[in-house]
Design a protein around this ligand. Structure first.
Ligand code: AMP
Ligand code: MG
Length: 526
């Protein structure tokens, strides 16, 4: 592997590793050494990510490689650092946050020039750890490892996960912040992405009035992370109008990517749970898997995050609005680089146009309608309150919809998606009427039933990482059965396929999981 570590070779930072938590001024990163762990062991790995990095997957199990994945050893060329960033948390400016437990090992550059940064999450304290320990527990690491890969296989942009390692060390957490701390097994996820830059990386120098540092970071990001974009052409450094135009095109691109990201989440029922601006990737990747969840019964008001249970700022149905709010924060942060705010308003308008287009596209694709996406969106808007009032499983419903006979539709076909007989019954009439309107539209379309079902099965997954499935794996790992992680990963590799024999992984949430911690309620404690 070849590492060029451009983030730290091209941007100002603290080159000498100093321990101690503090405000780090005028610097975008700090050199930091991972803290070794006592008994690292590989629990699971993604062979696809290994191949992306030109690592032979078989070598991942070697003690030398496990030591690297645990932060006990560095490969030649690795120069670990943590990034300095701020963020808006739950709507309020939080000041400096930074990588409190993430340590980047290096930026690997592949033979075709593609860049992938390796980052350990849970590798020990950094200057940005504030009062926390820089570690991560097994349960949250399993969830991050599995969901990163699940998201990728669903076709939604995300940071990836190379490996999940158990540390052999205990980590103390008070899971529900209720005065009941307990020792839990520690773990480390090795995350991989072309860039881990977040909105918050720009917000911090902006909040400190450090415009020069901000401009440097913006232009660095454009050059490194957006090199292949059509709008990104070589510029004469003296061409200040051209420079501003390029920065405007970049912001508009970020707005579009963000719209695509959230539309992807909405299509599959994913709720991020903590859409703070420090958790928003500049590349529009899903990043920082914490108290995320998948809506089982379709519920736009649902959030898995107990820390947000009152306001429900980050609920399923509000993710688009929040993304726009976060983009406004980013716009505000970079505004000092523009002569007027017009280009920023233009970028934000791009978000709205793209969002509306994607809403129609999602509706048409999920319903299998090709002729009229505006009509498809109307149908979708009529369907959503029925699904919500009837407490109907989102994933099973849409997958079953592909099987519906357009000539003789039956509401009873959806029985496997019902959680509550009485609630389903109370909406049966409405659902039947909706099915009548839906199938009337299908009958007007030229596409054959088989073609439509095939197309629908490519956007309506059969298998998603339901919260209870992740929790079952966590329980099994705690009981010593670590193979459970790889077993579920294998299912999640093919989310749109039928996978005979694995039907159990597609089942709706069982009753025991309804109110169980980890299944419907998750805290930020991780
Ligand atoms: P999150 O809510 O996971 O996005 O984290 C918000 C901030 O808290 C980030 O700056 C994290 O790096 C930091 N943080 C979260 N957990 C820990 C931990 N155990 N040790 C150090 N920093 C942490
Ligand atoms: Mg975060």
């Amino acid at each position: 592997m070849h590492f060029d570590n451009r983030f730290i070779t091209h941007l100002p930072g603290e080159a000498v590793a100093r321990t101690g938590r503090r405000q780090v001024m005028g610097a975008l990163w700090s050199a930091v050494e991972p803290t070794p762990v006592s008994a690292p062991r590989l629990i699971a790995a993604s062979t696809e990510v290994a191949r992306l990095l030109a690592i032979d997957p078989d070598t991942l199990t070697s003690p030398d490689m496990v030591a690297v994945l645990a932060g006990n050893r560095l490969l030649p060329g690795m120069r670990p650092w943590s990034a300095n960033y701020g963020g808006h948390q739950f709507g309020n400016w939080a000041g400096q946050l930074g990588d409190g437990r993430a340590i980047s090992l290096g930026e690997s550059v592949g033979r075709e020039g593609h860049r992938l940064e390796l980052q350990l999450k849970g590798a020990g304290p950094t200057p940005y750890s504030r009062t926390a320990d820089g570690r991560a527990v097994m349960r949250s690491s399993i969830r991050e490892f599995l969901c990163s890969e699940a998201m990728h296989h669903l076709g939604i942009p995300t940071t990836r996960a190379l490996a999940l390692v158990g540390t052999g060390d205990a980590v103390v957490r008070d899971m529900f912040y209720d005065g009941n701390p307990r020792a839990e097994p520690g773990a480390i996820v090795c995350r991989v992405a072309p860039s881990f830059i977040r909105f918050g990386n720009f917000e911090l120098p902006a909040a400190r009035g450090d415009t020069a540092l901000l401009a440097q970071l913006v232009d660095f990001t454009i050059a490194r992370d957006f090199a292949d974009c059509a709008w990104n052409r070589p510029l004469d450094p003296a061409d200040s109008a051209g420079l501003e135009e390029r920065r405007a095109a970049w912001f508009a691109d970020v707005c579009e990517r963000t719209a695509r990201l959230i539309a992807g989440w909405m299509r599959v029922g994913f709720v991020h749970g903590v859409m703070n601006t420090d958790n928003m990737s500049i590349l529009g990747l899903t990043i920082d898997y914490g108290p995320y969840g998948w809506t089982d019964d379709f519920n736009l008001d649902w959030t898995p995050n107990t820390t947000d249970s009152r306001e429900r700022r980050y609920r399923f149905g509000q993710q688009g609005d929040i993304a726009h709010w976060n983009l406004r924060c980013l716009a505000g942060a970079i505004a000092s680089l523009f002569a007027s705010t017009d280009p920023l308003h233009a970028g934000l308008a791009r978000f709205e146009v793209e969002w509306e287009r994607l809403e129609r596209e999602n509706a048409a694709a999920k319903l299998g309608i090709v002729g009229d996406d505006t009509a498809a969106l109307s149908l979708m808007r009529e369907l959503q309150p029925i699904l919500q009032a009837g407490e109907i499983d989102m994933t099973i419903f849409f997958r079953t919809l592909g099987e519906i006979d357009p000539v003789a539709p039956q509401a009873s076909a959806f029985e496997a998606a019902f959680y509550d007989g009485a609630r389903a019954a109370s909406t049966a009439e409405e659902l039947t009427a909706w099915l009548g309107r839906y199938t009337a539209m299908l009958r007007r379309e030229a596409r054959s039933h088989d073609d439509r079902r095939t197309a629908m099965n490519r956007v309506n997954p059969r298998f998603v990482l339901r919260n209870y499935l992740a929790q079952q794996v966590i329980d099994r790992v705690e009981a010593g059965d670590e193979h459970a992680v790889s077993e579920l990963l294998e299912v999640l590799r093919h989310p749109y396929d039928e996978q005979p024999g694995r039907e159990a992984f597609a089942a709706r949430r069982p009753d025991w999981a309804r109110d169980r911690a980890g299944c419907s309620m998750l805290s930020c404690s991780s």
